[in-house]
Every structure is written in structure tokens, then in C-alpha cells.
Design a protein around this ligand. Structure first.
Ligand code: ATP
Length: 222
């Protein structure tokens, strides 16, 4: 069966933190492909300072060009209103001509906010998660990420989740597994890139050069 990772984000702009982490997830979980899905109006982010959806789509396209294991979806940009992951997952799961198993890829920072997402419990029923560690992200002062994730899952989702060493993640009788992957720590964020651009500081080597050029030519984030 085909294995596809769904990787959503604002990608405002896309950077090497996204790209390298997604590449490592792909290899480690033997995914055939990873789909990058730029979100329309991110429900959790303040809309100021967000580049136009088409620009974010184009930057993502430019960034993954030449890497056939990555592809792009504009499904969230073509939908009216804000992007809800549950709708996106259902879209993919119900539009396949061959059997595919989907995985939802996201960083630990995003994962620990999931209880604010629409129909979040349903998400745990319908799709397995791959949660990537993210440097610079503090878990409310607690050092051990497993303690934090375990507490989060048990209090917000279901206390039936148990850690499985073999699967390197949490498993449940009814809900889908939540896998945890330590990716190479790359401490880059879109916020930081936007701040550097605003301060007219160089942003080289934080993202593919073609993306940097696109931002420059379009005068984004200044
Ligand atoms: P911003 O700084 O604007 O919040 P961001 O850099 O977090 O943006 P997003 O587009 O919001 O980027 O991220 C999309 C997904 O990628 C999220 O699940 C996030 O956790 C993950 N992600 C972003 N940067 C990294 C990174 N450096 N390492 C691992 N995961 C990352």
C-alpha cells in the first residue's frame, strides 16, 4: 500500500527546517511521498504579516522543485474560509483511486496546540500522526518531551494512550498511533526569517536560494 505524509503549514516562508525535517520523516517512515499543503487563513495565527496565499504556494513549489518525493497541494487554498486539517485529511482519504495510508506530519509545537483545532478528537480517530521534535521549543519548563506528550495525550485526547518502545510512539485501542521522531535539530522559524528581512539582514542559507530570490523580487516581508 502506498504511504503518503500530509504536511500542512503556513509556509510563510518555507525554510530548511520544514524541508529537512520532512525529508527525514519520509525516509524514517518509508513514505512514498510527502505532500506540502499551504494553509489559507491559518485559524491560529494573526493574519497580519502573512504573505499572499499564491506567493506562499509558489515559494513552496519552488522549494520542492527537483525533489520528486515531495509534492504540493493547493486544496486548502481552493477552499472557502479558514483551513481545517480535518477537512483536508478527509479530502485526501476520500479521493484516492488506489489504497493509500496517510500520515499527518507536524512539529511538536503545533501538536501541543491541537486541542484548539476543529474536530481534533476525530483527527486522532482517522489518521496516524508523526510528530517531529523542534529545537528552541520549550515545553513549559519541563525537559522531558515524553513526559509532556504523554501528559498532553492523556489529558486532552484519551488516557488510553500507552507508549510503545517498539513503535517509538503512543498506541491506543481505538485511536490511531502518534509516532514521535527526533529530527536533526534545525532552529529556523518563519517568524525569525520575517524579522531578519524587516531588519534588512541577510537570510541566506535559511531556505533554498530560489525562495530567497523570489522574496527579494516580490518585496515580501519588508
Ligand atoms: P512561524 O514562525 O510563522 O510560526 P513556522 O516556522 O513554525 O512559522 P509553519 O509553517 O507554521 O512554520 O510550520 C508548519 C509545520 O512545520 C508545523 O507543524 C511546525 O511545527 C513545523 N516546523 C516548522 N519549522 C520547523 C523546524 N525548524 N523543525 C521542525 N519542524 C518545524
Amino acid at each position: 500500500m502506498k504511504r503518503i505524509g500530509l504536511f500542512g503549514g503556513t509556509f510563510n516562508p518555507i525554510h530548511f527546517g520544514h524541508l529537512r525535517s520532512a525529508a527525514e520523516v519520509r525516509t524514517r517512515f518509508m513514505l512514498d511521498k510527502v505532500c506540502f499543503i499551504p494553509s489559507a487563513l491559518p485559524p491560529h495565527k494573526i493574519p497580519s504579516g502573512i504573505a499572499d496565499a499564491n506567493d506562499r504556494l509558489e515559494m513552496t513549489q519552488i522549494a520542492i522543485k527537483g525533489y520528486p518525493e515531495f509534492f504540493l497541494s493547493d486544496v486548502e487554498l481552493n477552499r472557502q474560509g479558514p483551513s481545517y486539517t480535518i477537512d483536508t485529511v478527509k479530502h485526501f482519504q476520500s479521493n484516492q483511486t488506489e489504497p493509500v495510508i496517510f500520515f499527518l506530519i507536524l512539529g511538536l509545537d503545533a501538536f501541543l496546540e491541537i486541542d484548539t483545532w476543529k474536530s481534533f478528537k476525530e483527527l486522532f480517530r482517522v489518521i496516524p500522526f508523526i510528530v517531529m521534535t523542534r529545537p528552541g521549543f520549550k515545553y513549559g519548563g519541563i525537559k522531558d518531551k515524553f513526559a509532556v506528550i504523554s501528559d498532553y495525550l492523556k489529558t486532552k485526547i484519551s488516557d488510553g494512550y500507552i507508549f510503545s518502545n517498539e513503535d517509538s510512539g503512543y498506541i491506543h485501542k481505538i485511536y490511531q498511533p502518534v509516532y514521535i521522531l527526533d529530527v536533526t535539530p534545525i532552529d529556523i522559524s518563519s517568524t525569525n526569517i520575517r524579522m531578519l528581512i524587516e531588519k534588512k539582514e541577510p537570510v541566506s542559507f535559511l531556505m533554498p536560494q530560489e525562495v530567497e530570490l523570489f522574496i527579494k523580487n516580490k518585496g515580501l516581508y519588508i
